[in-house]
Design a protein around this ligand. Structure first.
Ligand SMILES: Nc1ncnc2c1ncn2[C@@H]1O[C@H](COP(=O)(O)OP(=O)(O)OP(=O)(O)O)[C@@H](O)[C@H]1O
Ligand SMILES: [Mg+2]
Length: 509
């Protein structure tokens, strides 16, 4: 008997078919991958199973009995817990209150915080999440919030646990901790559904694989042992598969007219320290170069990006932009000086979710043009947005839709499109392809490369080692706030980046 079974699920939004005929069958004691391109319908299926969205048609069974949940709390009471793709925590509440939404243990009329803490602590420890239970969630990093979301699901002791891209914000080491926990749950006969775009991870972890394409199940609970990554990609893309291979060969995109060539000096850090986080770091990144910054969480690589973006001021030392002057105070001033910052944390610095897609894509460009005293017609902005949307294979029926209605990966494409249009002289990328599918990722890498070729300095932080190796000319590894290693050419290998991240040194050959 299946722990969870969904059959012939259909859902349309207005004229858009999110799910045409989707099914999912998950055995107890297994980890089941749910895969598909951005916009294929994965999150919609997850939301329907967990009662967050009502289907137009379809059957749902839990351990053989027909069910239908009124909301996610109802699903949780029946043993089905979800870690959703766009995090659902309350930023103004503390860690502990977030872990028990609406079902705090009570002692008489009072919430029993002692009992809550006793239940929460071991789960947070297991996840390696060392935060105070009283800390406000809004001040946690994206990775910490992601883990907290997992803890919140684990506290309900589910029999079915569904995770929608839980590792996309985590570095490799932290992701491994989470994957180990899922293995333990599998041994305890929990049915785990795992949505991810990181296929290596899927191959390591999962027992069975279901693939959705355009809202249909095209691969149904296939045993992993009989599959290869290229085979899975082919199932995900269908006819577009040939097109993708073609793209790969010509991954550089012509951006003439979109990026100002204006070659400046390098971005330069001169003996820069910042609080306890960065100690006398000196580096240069020249126009035309893509320089990677790697490190475990808190190693200082993200602080470097924040300093160049003007979000933080050095405690000592100097940060110089290509115009030869020190980085300004504040992101807005930095943007005015040609800096663009793309982050995977799209809720924070990314999108206006209730505004049309085209307006989001055009937003910064409008600011940049206004800066040059130019006015530009709406129609032109719309056309340009459309051009980028096509290039990045944005899956939407119309650019007039609110950006918040796009699937997660498609939202990320809009964030990147918007910043690429600002004609940056410095492009700062912090996990820019988080949650983006394999096809669009190749396209985005091509776009980033063209921005560098046009004369911009590109600095990239990424939790994705493969991205660092394939996109960067050089990777600088930070360890406890110091530059620990510089890798390039033949010595730029995933294994060495990882070793330097964790030990502060590259192993002798
Ligand atoms: N509330 C909504 N209103 C309109 N369209 C929607 C809504 N929710 C989802 N869609 C559309 O349904 C389709 C499927 O979206 P879904 O979020 O399920 O994709 P996904 O497979 O999870 O993609 P990703 O990998 O990017 O997260 C997309 O075309 C999306 O734009
Ligand atoms: Mg999704």
């Amino acid at each position: 008997m299946y722990a969870l079974e969904a059959q012939h699920v259909r859902k349309t939004y207005g004229g858009v078919t999110a799910l045409a005929d989707a099914g999912l069958r998950v055995r107890p004691g297994s980890v089941h991958a749910l895969l598909g391109e951005n916009g294929a319908g994965k999150s919609t299926l997850v939301k329907i199973i967990t009662g967050a969205v009502r289907p137009d048609a379809g059957v749902l069974r839990l351990e053989g009995s027909d069910v239908s949940f009124s909301d996610t709390a109802d699903a949780a009471r029946h043993g089905v817990a979800v870690v959703s793709q766009e995090l659902s925590l309350f930023p103004d509440l503390d860690v502990l209150s977030n872990l028990f939404p609406m079902r705090e243990p009570r002692r008489g009329p009072f919430v029993d915080r002692r009992r809550m803490a006793a239940r929460a602590r071991p789960i947070l420890d297991q996840l390696g999440l060392h935060v105070s239970l009283r800390e406000q969630v809004g001040s946690l990093s994206l990775a910490q919030r992601q883990l907290l979301e997992v803890a919140k699901a684990l506290i309900t002791e589910p029999r079915v646990l569904i995770l929608d891209e839980p590792t996309s914000a985590l570095d490799a080491k932290t992701a491994e901790v989470l994957l180990d926990i899922l293995r333990v749950l599998r041994d305890r006969q929990v049915a785990v559904v795992f949505v991810s775009h990181i296929l290596e991870e899927v191959m390591q972890l999962c027992d069975e694989i279901t693939v959705l394409r355009d809202g249909r199940t095209v691969l149904d609970a296939a045993p992993r042992s009989g599959l290869t990554i290229p085979g899975i990609v082919e199932a995900m893309l269908g006819e577009r598969h040939a097109e993708l291979s073609e793209h790969r060969l010509h991954a550089t995109v012509d951006l003439s007219g979109t990026v100002a060539p204006g070659r400046g000096a390098p971005v330069r850090l001169e003996a820069v320290s910042f609080e306890e986080r960065l100690a006398e770091v000196s580096l240069t990144a020249a126009p035309g170069e893509v320089v990677g910054l790697a490190g475990v969480a808190g190693a200082g690589h993200q602080t470097v990006l924040e300093l160049v973006a003007g979000l933080r001021q050095p405690t000592s030392g100097r940060v110089l932009l290509p115009d030869g002057r020190p980085a300004p105070r504040g992101l807005r001033a930095a943007i005015g000086r040609g800096v663009a910052l793309v982050t995977g944390d799209r809720r924070r610095l990314g999108l206006m979710l209730d505004k049309p897609i085209w307006e989001n894509a055009a937003q910064v460009r409008t600011v940049a043009l206004a800066r040059d005293g130019l006015r530009i017609r709406k129609r032109v902005l719309r056309e340009r947005a459309g051009e980028h949307a096509r290039r990045l294979n944005l899956r939407t029926s119309s650019l007039e839709k609110s950006a918040g209605l796009l699937s997660g990966g498609n939202q990320q494409k809009v964030v990147l499109a918007k910043w690429l249009q600002t004609e940056p002289t410095v492009l700062l990328l912090d996990d820019p392809t988080r949650g983006v599918d394999i096809g669009a990722k190749a396209e985005m890498h091509g776009l980033v490369r063209s921005v560098a070729d046009a004369g911009a300095v590109v600095l990239l932080c990424s939790t994705d080692l493969d991205e660092l190796v394939s996109l960067c000319d050089r990777v600088l590894v930070l360890h406890h706030g110091r530059l620990a290693a510089e890798l390039s050419g033949g010595s730029l290998r995933q294994h060495d980046i990882l070793a330097a991240m964790n030990t502060g040194a590259v192993p002798a050959a």
